[in-house]
Design a protein around this ligand. Structure first.
Ligand SMILES: Cc1cc2nc3c(=O)[nH]c(=O)nc-3n(C[C@H](O)[C@H](O)[C@H](O)COP(=O)(O)O)c2cc1C
Length: 148
């Protein structure tokens, strides 16, 4: 099984989230490719079994600027046969805007014929040990759903 993990980060928290996800996938013998969002074409996801996006959230719940092309292209992709998940770090200080990039990417994936592998995860700032457990379960559920 193959997975592609696409992350966006400014200060590193979302790369930490991506790295936990990558480790969990590798521990389950999944072959993983990890790329930064501005360096990634949506077409690349057509060749994978599992696609996971890890975005930060910025001003007033907005998407990563450097990920806007990827976000727009995602709406037009046909990802039949791909199982997806979205997990991202934001900051609970922003209350109702907390982690809004996560549901926004889930909404885009829902237009692609891809299968939702697990409910989106919002992490507060840098992932801690408890977050790592949640992310491990998230990955396990995605793998299980990708097998059926
Ligand atoms: C100017 C600014 C605006 C932000 N706006 C939001 C926001 O609306 N919602 C949110 O959840 N986090 C917001 N954050 C917090 C970041 O999403 C959070 O620090 C995240 O962990 C950064 O991820 P990164 O380390 O991968 O860049 C904001 C941070 C900054 C500096």
């Amino acid at each position: 099984m193959n997975a592609h993990v696409v992350y966006a980060t400014i200060t590193g928290n979302n790369e930490d989230v991506a790295d936990i996800i990558v480790s969990a996938l590798k521990a389950a013998s999944v072959t993983v490719k990890k790329t930064e969002i501005s360096q990634t074409e949506v077409d690349e996801l057509e060749q994978t079994d599992i696609a996971i996006v890890v975005p930060y959230t910025y001003d007033n719940g907005s998407l990563p600027d450097e990920g806007l092309d990827f976000f727009d292209d995602l709406a037009h992709a046909d990802l039949e046969g791909v199982t997806y998940g979205v997990a991202g770090s934001g900051d609970i200080y922003y209350r109702s805007d907390f982690g809004l990039a996560v549901p926004k990417f889930e909404a885009q994936f829902s237009k692609t014929n891809a299968k939702k592998g697990a409910q989106g995860i919002k992490i507060n700032l840098r992932p801690n040990d408890a977050d790592a457990l949640v992310l491990n379960s998230f990955v396990a559920e995605i793998i299980k759903n990708a097998q059926h």
